[in-house]
Design a protein around this ligand. Structure first.
Ligand code: UN1
Length: 520
């Protein structure tokens, strides 16, 4: 369609059905199977991509490793300067890349742009980091000795990213990996190869300009087989994987099996607790964005809404009409600036949404919104008939329904009531996942409890802020079956280095630690 062509040509991608190489190791290639990129809003094929063969993947890993040696010899602030130039390249195309994310992933325009902005932001962070990634100097118990802890590059970081943040999650990993002196190999989601190719094409000239090999930021598009080649290869020192708990468990084991390092960012089952003393209007806006935004396809999306019994009815009487009104939540083409609800990413996701709702009602649960199910065609959007549109819904499942413990990647919000904050925290923590959580309260004691040892067991424990939409400043990630990994800001960079602990003796004696005597 001309709509797709416009977005693709703005990034110099062919919009005429021509095959696009999906492998970059300094040169563009790809002789594996052809992959199709489909637009979730229309169902049309928007790209044909030549994926990597197993051999090409192995070869790319070898080139990436060599490129890492060049990078690690470069002073960190110089690497930071390269990251700064990548930031500039991205910033000059925020709108164009954002639109490509909307076209290929399906999220709305401002969110597409928002995730490119996250990449820009983490580059700023990483540029600063390149001049501040401090090791430590520690006191030694021995005279004229000193202990250093030194961060050194690992080598190669493998980045396996998910469809829902096809640009930002790569950005978090790339920026930290480059600043800390590692080369990267990116295996994007098989359903968002165009975003990966477009980003790599923006990075390529920056590397060339700085005399760095292209394999410093290599790319292998492909499916499970390509992913397995990356995960299993001992040259890939750190594997950073974002995706489902099921696949993450396999990745974690495979990397452990060869004693590699991994960062896992897996499922979320995020709850918002609205306590009796909360500002309900704040909570309402936050819940709406976190539950409905991105059509419920963030790993940080709100899945569970826990309401204090005293405000439950009042809160739902405001929330449900928002779901039921097309004027507050316009459904449409994600590339249209007024749209707030775009499609789900795949038709399989629509089936999962439908199955989940059917199971909940079969188990005796109640659907609270007046609309639910698949949307066959979207008013005013030609071509939407092949799109994966569904109505966001609020449901009240039975308390023993298995849905409470599982992540369904769709805009279905589960509601339950509680009596005491302790009870709400217990419900929050009673799931396998531990990514994000939010408490709405104006009570300082509740805040203290929520943030302390008796509080939320998640990696993200917000107060009066929804579960999604984190800034890059803090480390991002979750506990328990979410995988314990941390990416982005905070101390996450410390996972992208090998730490060297060095005791240095500058005396002319050889004392042993712990007072051990060995005859000298
Ligand atoms: C994800 O869904 O995998 O906090 C990442 C957020 C975004 C990142 C989500 N900054 O919602």
């Amino acid at each position: 369609s001309t709509r797709a062509q416009r977005v693709l040509s703005a990034l110099d991608l062919p919009g005429d059905g021509q095959s696009i190489p999906g492998v970059f190791d300094g040169d563009w290639k790809g002789s594996g199977e052809e992959m199709l990129s489909k637009c979730p809003a229309t169902g049309e094929v928007i790209g044909r991509i030549q994926s990597a063969t197993a051999e090409e993947t192995q070869d790319t890993i070898a080139k990436t490793k060599e490129a890492g040696k060049v990078l690690r010899a470069m002073p960190a602030p110089k690497r930071g300067e390269v990251v700064r130039q990548i930031r500039e390249a991205l910033a000059s195309k925020v709108g164009e890349l954002g639109d490509l994310v909307s076209l290929e992933m399906g999220k709305i325009k401002s969110e597409g742009k928002g995730e490119v902005q996250e990449f820009v932001d983490i580059c700023d962070y990483a540029t600063g980091l390149s001049r501040s990634m401090a090791g430590r100097v520690l006191p030694s118990e021995r005279p004229e000795h000193v202990i250093y802890e030194i961060p050194n590059p690992l080598g190669v970081v493998g980045i396996l990213s998910a469809f829902n943040f096809p640009v930002a999650v790569y950005g978090w990993n790339l920026a930290l990996a480059l600043a800390t002196g590692n080369s990267t190999i990116w295996k994007p989601s098989p359903t968002t190869p165009l975003a990966a190719i477009a980003v790599t094409k923006l990075i390529q000239p920056v590397l060339e300009r700085n005399g760095l090999p292209g394999a410093v930021a290599s790319l292998v598009c492909g499916g499970v087989d390509v992913g397995k080649e990356v995960v299993g290869n001992p040259s890939v020192d750190l594997v950073s994987f974002t995706g489902s708990e099921r696949v993450g468990k396999e990745v974690g084991k495979a990397v452990q099996d060869r004693f590699g390092k991994s960062i896992l960012e897996l499922g979320g089952n995020n709850a918002v607790i609205v306590d009796k003393d909360a500002d309900l209007s704040l909570a309402l806006q936050a819940v709406l964005f976190a539950a409905v935004g991105t059509a419920g396809q963030r790993c940080t999306s709100t899945r569970r809404l826990l309401l204090h019994r005293s405000i439950s009815e009042q809160f739902l009487s405001k929330l449900i009409p928002l779901y039921d009104s097309t004027s507050t939540l316009p459904v449409g083409d994600p590339l249209e600036p007024s749209t707030l609800i775009g499609p789900l990413h795949t038709s399989t996701a629509v089936e999962m949404y439908e199955t989940r709702l059917a199971d909940i009602t079969r188990n005796g649960g109640e659907i609270l919104t007046s609309r639910q199910g698949r949307i066959d065609s979207v008013k005013g959007f030609d071509g939407s008939k092949g799109g994966n549109y569904v109505w966001p819904t609020v449901v009240k499942p039975k308390l023993d329904d298995p849905c409470w413990k599982q992540e369904t990647f769709a805009p279905i919000l589960y509601v339950a009531e509680f009596e005491t904050l302790e009870q709400a925290i217990a419900i929050n923590n009673a799931v396998p996942q531990g990514l994000s959580s939010s408490l709405f309260t104006n009570n300082v004691q509740s805040m203290g409890k929520w943030l302390g040892p008796e509080g939320s067991d998640c990696g993200i424990t917000n107060i009066n802020v929804g579960t999604s939409g984190a800034e890059i400043g803090a480390a991002f990630g979750g506990n328990k079956s979410t995988g314990w990994g941390r990416e982005s800001g905070g101390d996450a960079w410390k996972q992208y280095v090998r730490w060297s602990a060095a005791t240095v003796n500058y005396s002319n004696k050889m004392p042993l630690a712990q007072g051990v005597n060995f005859g000298f």
